[in-house]
Design a protein around this ligand. Structure first.
Ligand SMILES: C[S@@+](CC[C@H](N)C(=O)[O-])C[C@H]1O[C@@H](n2cnc3c(N)ncnc32)[C@H](O)[C@@H]1O
Length: 431
């Protein structure tokens, strides 16, 4: 299939059926001549899915059948283009209607045409109705998630929800073992690329305008990598020193593994563990590009007996699998894929990982627990419960001038004036 709108409709349909993620599906089309448009349509439709669905309900007499979800997806991407993109309305309508042939649903042409034209005629009134609707619809955020954010972050919740719907900046991590951020900024300015330093992490720089990696000078030399500023704080918090042995327990695709090695070149060893072989392959590629070495192990962090040789680690990073509620602006498909019941399963795995990895840490060692979540269940409460059941664990506190200080960690929130993702950090020591 070549038709960009039909592909987008298929991708959105797969997401609504819980098949694949947006980024994995888009990788299959990385050489498509209209990849930018495809990305724009898919990201935007995911970001505004619930708002667009609200508009659709106002425009059709009866709901579209589940077996025709692809037709529904096509109409939603049509509405997204009319509402948000700078493409002439007639082109949007014609192209979106035509895409139904590529989906093998030519019968849907009159329906798609009628809905999109009705939207055009009633746009102002429908926009007002959307603005008057409930917050979950307005922010296009699942109700359970909105409620949880409201309870946890009260007066900050609207700025979090707004921030989660923004397009994220392109943030780079400078490999400070090879170049300084100043050197990279001046290299970029020679190429007429504007960049600014981050405010929280000393390695972070923000590009004024996003660029594909092949156009980023020094990317293939391993001088810079793409990484949000929040993750770049990890090496500093781990208090790394020469001769220290580190376990990165949920490491793939290796963003933080590379950041750790770049920040301290005299570590004895970094062991990068992950249960997914395909994701570990990405870690291998990232290490190679950055010219770094780590010991890669495929294994389950909840079952150290299967992969651990019994040598204690001085530092452990547990960047746990989580809801991803802090990175929705980068992965808006989370709002379609994630279900409330997933959170309970995730908190169970996180607790199992904390318990089992704790035995791999040497006395006086440090474990840094992180998530890209903004939900206290996965963060502050998770650590509180761990401390309750673990006698030799102590919360170390994180003294910093960024984020929100919680009882058992520090939280960065989306929508803060600095342009980072939502992220949680808790530092624990063992006696
Ligand atoms: C948040 S991501 C890690 C991102 C990574 N730290 C980085 O900075 O690039 C969580 C990772 O946990 C891995 N994972 C999930 N369950 C696991 C388990 N039981 N044991 C080991 N790894 C697991 C996933 O494959 C995924 O790569």
């Amino acid at each position: 299939m070549k038709n960009v709108r039909a592909i987008a409709a298929q991708i959105i349909t797969n997401l609504t059926r819980q098949r694949g993620s947006l980024s994995t599906q888009l990788t299959d089309f990385s050489n498509h001549p209209e990849i930018s448009l495809l990305q724009e349509i898919c990201f935007g439709t995911c970001r505004w899915y619930l708002s667009l669905e609200f508009l659709l309900h106002k425009l059709v007499a009866k709901p579209i059948k589940e077996k025709d979800q692809d037709v529904k997806s096509l109409i939603l991407i049509g509405l997204y283009q009319l509402k948000e993109l700078n493409i002439a309305d007639h082109a949007v309508v014609n192209e979106t209607v035509a895409a139904s042939t590529a989906l093998n649903k030519p019968w849907a042409k009159p329906l798609i045409n009628a809905v999109l034209r009705k939207y055009q005629r009633n746009q102002r009134k429908l926009t007002e109705e959307l603005e008057r609707s409930t917050l979950d619809i307005r922010y296009s955020c699942p109700t359970w998630l909105l409620n949880e954010v409201n309870v946890a972050w009260k007066s900050k919740s609207q700025s979090i929800l707004k921030g989660s719907n923004q397009r994220p900046p392109l943030t780079l991590r400078v490999n400070i073992s090879k170049k300084s951020p100043e050197e990279i900024i001046s290299l970029f300015s020679e190429h007429r690329i504007e960049a600014d330093r981050g405010k929280l992490a000393k390695t972070a720089i923000y590009l004024e305008k996003p660029l594909p990696v092949e156009k980023i000078p020094g990317f293939y030399d391993g001088w810079v990598s793409i990484q949000d500023e929040s993750s770049q704080l990890v090496p500093e918090l781990l208090n790394l020193k020469p001769k220290v042995r580190v376990l990165d327990a949920c490491s793939a695709p290796g963003g933080k593994t590379c950041a750790i090695i770049e920040s301290e070149r005299l570590l004895t060893e970094v062991v990068a563990l992950d249960e997914s072989e395909s994701r570990l392959q990405k870690t291998r590629e990232n290490l190679l590009r950055c010219g770094l070495k780590a010991s890669l192990i495929r294994g389950d962090a909840t079952k150290p007996t299967k992969w651990w040789d019994g040598r204690l680690f001085d530092r452990i990073l547990l960047d746990a699998p989580c809801s991803g509620s802090g990175v929705i602006r980068r992965h808006p498909d989370i709002k379609i894929l994630r279900r409330e019941e997933d959170i309970q399963a995730l908190t169970k795995i996180q607790a199992m990982m904390l318990d089992s990895l704790w035995q791999c840490l040497r006395p006086d060692g440090l474990l840094l627990y992180t998530t890209c979540s903004i939900l206290p269940r996965e963060n502050d409460s998770q650590i509180k419960n761990f401390l309750k059941r673990t006698d030799n664990a102590k919360y170390e506190g994180i003294t910093a001038d960024w984020g929100v200080e919680c009882d058992y960690g520090r939280q960065l929130l989306t929508g803060d004036k600095e342009d980072h993702d939502g992220f949680f950090y808790s530092l624990l020591s063992k006696s």
